[in-house]
Design a protein around this ligand. Sequence first.
Ligand code: ASP
Ligand code: MG
Length: 402
Amino acid sequence: MSLAPAPSSIVVQKYGGSSVANPEKIRAVAARIARTRAEGHAVVVVVSAMGDTTDELLSLARQVTEKPDRRELDMLLTAGERISMALLSLALNDLGVQAISFTGSQSGIITNDSHANARIVEVRPYRIQDELERGKVVIVAGYQGVSYRKEVTTLGRGGSDTTAVALAAALGAAWCEICSDVDGVYTADPRVVPSPRKLADLSYEEMQALAESGARVLNAQAVEFAKQKGIAIYAKSTFAAGAGTVVQTRLDAPPEPGRVAAVASEEEIVLLRAAGLSPSERLALFGKLDSCGIASRQVAEDGGALCVMVSLENAHLLRQAWDGVRAELGGRASLVEGLGTVSCVGAGIGATHHVLRKSLEALASQEIALASLSMTADRVTVAVARTQVKEAVRALHAALVS
Ligand code: ASP
Ligand code: MG
């Protein structure tokens, strides 16, 4: 029999890799969870792998092969979260709080079979619900699921956020906390811009655009799920007090249209360009990208020149894809490497050319050359040399964020 009070509502808390980086931190996180439990909530915890474990596992794979099989990569990468889930559960039990850990598969996270970048298609959290009813804290390994063919999958980098929000939705949680070493969402990365402003709240749309532009505070698919189900996400610090940032449907008046909410960047971008493609060659090119599990950030074609922007974050087989494209198209295809992107995000900023002009002025004044430029209703994105990304972020933030 559990002596904990009857749970009044379910709370989902996700802890990022830096919050569980060592045994001491794991014990501190366990104490934080115990406090939430003592307040009377039923608690489901989603964990990332300890510290840089995922990067280290990927680097091990690369030392073994240049062309890793994505199924085997997923078997490897999911091990990271299994370690942290079990350690956290042990730490909670040691504090006298009954806990049990589950893998993504045991938690009923069903995904498609797109290894290394799978999407959650269904959540069947029956085992979690049973254990919550028994009064236990349930610890779930983030970033992973299982396909209908019973293959273990991962959800793409930063995917523990997605696990947390998907579970919050499936369990009808009161809210979802994303706890990390940053205490909220800022107008730019605080490690790049000297004193950015913390945003008290953001709309789902703005947060999604920021995440898709490379901001790492919250995963883009997680925000998409939260938006569909109307779940409030609180991005806050694990160990420091403070309100953090809430992402939810805006209850008050929307911000002034055309205002830049924040600047985001991504440092691992390549552009694949191809010219003079026949319809079948064009189809084959995208087929090749899909068969190598490569998603694109942007696709545009004009005057016979196709330009595909790819983020290297989840593109583990870019070499293989490029070899294939090159074999088909020869010198008509080129790969521009060593790029990054910088994006200004804000509702309605694409309605005029004002933000675009100011961005171009700011970049020109720093003599930063553009490899590509694009604008949508809520985003202006430029690709620049990777070595100039940080400088470009600082220039755009100074010129456009007040
Ligand atoms: N450990 C995985 C990563 O580093 C998943 C996550 O942290 O959300 O991307
Ligand atoms: Mg991680």
